[in-house]
Design a protein around this ligand. Sequence first.
Ligand SMILES: NC(=O)c1ccc[n+]([C@@H]2O[C@H](COP(=O)([O-])OP(=O)(O)OC[C@H]3O[C@@H](n4cnc5c(N)ncnc54)[C@H](OP(=O)(O)O)[C@@H]3O)[C@@H](O)[C@H]2O)c1
Length: 333
Amino acid sequence: MSNNRVVRLASRPVGMVVRDNFEVAEEDMPEPGEGEFRVKVAYISLDPAMRGWVAEGRSYVPPVQIGATMRAFAAGYVEASNHADYKEGEAVIGLFGVQHYAISDGNNVVKANTSLAPLEAWVGGLGMPGVTAYFGLLEVGEAREGDTVVVSAASGAVGSIVGQIAKIKGCRAVGIAGGPEKCAYIVDELGFDAAIDYKNEDLREAIKRTCPDGIDVNFENVGGEIMDAVLGRMNTFGRVAICGMISMYNSTEPPKALANLRSILVNRLKVRGFIVFDFVEKYGEALQTLGKWHAEGKLKLRQDVRDGGIEAFPDVLNLLYTGGNFGKLVLKV
Ligand SMILES: NC(=O)c1ccc[n+]([C@@H]2O[C@H](COP(=O)([O-])OP(=O)(O)OC[C@H]3O[C@@H](n4cnc5c(N)ncnc54)[C@H](OP(=O)(O)O)[C@@H]3O)[C@@H](O)[C@H]2O)c1
C-alpha cells in the first residue's frame, strides 16, 4: 500500500508564510483502530485563520507545534472504517489536516450530501464559512429586516454568504471588496444592493453614498482602516460583529489605533468578537437552513479550486492575504 504524504510545520513565519516554513514528508499509511475510520482527503480548505494557527502566542486554539501536521479543515471520502456510523465511500468534512490520508473517530465530523452540492462546497458556503456567516450576522450582529448591513471581504467565503443572508432577511446589503470584478459579482450575481471598491474609491465618500441612512450592522472581516471608516457611519444602537481582521494577520508592525472608536460611545454600539466554534451546539440548525436556501436557489456558492497538491499549500494560502482568491479557496489533493 502507498504511503501518506503530509505537510508539517517546519518553522514559524514572520510576515507572509514562505515554502521553508513547511516540509512535505512521507509517512506510513495510517490504519484505523477500533471505532475509527480512514479518510482519503480530496479537498483542503484554505482559511485566513491558518496564519494565526502557525503563530506563537495565546489564541482561541493552541498553535500548531513545530514538526506537527498542519491543521486544516478538509473534505474527503471514507476509505476504510471500523466505525459503526461511517461507511466506506461516504463523503465527510472535518479537521483532517494538510495530508492525503487522515484517521478520525468521528468527533466533529460532518457528513456531506453531495447530491445537493459538490464536495468542495461543503468546506465553503455549506460548511464552516457558511456557519460563521449565519451566526455572525443573525446572532452576533442581530440583523433585522430593514437594517443596513455592511460586510468587508464581501466576495469571499464568509462575506458572500453574509450579504446573501442579509438579503434573505430583508436587509440592505452593502459589500466592500477589492477591484471592479469582485464588486460587479456581488451586486449582479449575488444581489447585494451596493458595492464599494476599496482599492479604487475613497472609502469614506463611498460609504456615505451607499449607506445614505447610516449602518445598523457591520460584519467585520478585515479590520484596520476599513473598519475605522465603517465605524464612522454607524447608527445609534448599531452592532459590530467582529469575525476577522485579515488586514493584520501578516503584519510585522504594531497595529494603528482606530480614529473612530468614539462612535462606540456616542452611538451606544454593541461590539462583539466571535469564533464559529462558539456555536458548535447549533451547527445543525445553520447547515440545514443554508442547505435549504441553496436548494431553493437563494444562496449562491463560488469555489476557487486550485491545483498543485499539498506541495502548493504555502503559495496558495498566501492568495487569501493578497486578494488573489475569488470565492472560497480550496486546494485539490
Ligand atoms: N470568527 C470566525 O470564526 C471566522 C471563521 C471563518 C473566517 N473568519 C474570518 O473571516 C474573514 C474572511 O475569511 P474567508 O475565509 O471568507 O476569506 P475570503 O474572504 O474568502 O478571502 C480573504 C479575502 O480578504 C480580503 N483581504 C485580504 N487582505 C486584505 C486587506 N489587507 N485589506 C482588505 N481586504 C483584504 C481579500 O479580498 P479583496 O480582494 O476583496 O480585498 C481576500 O480575497 C477573515 O478575516 C477570517 O479570519 C472568521
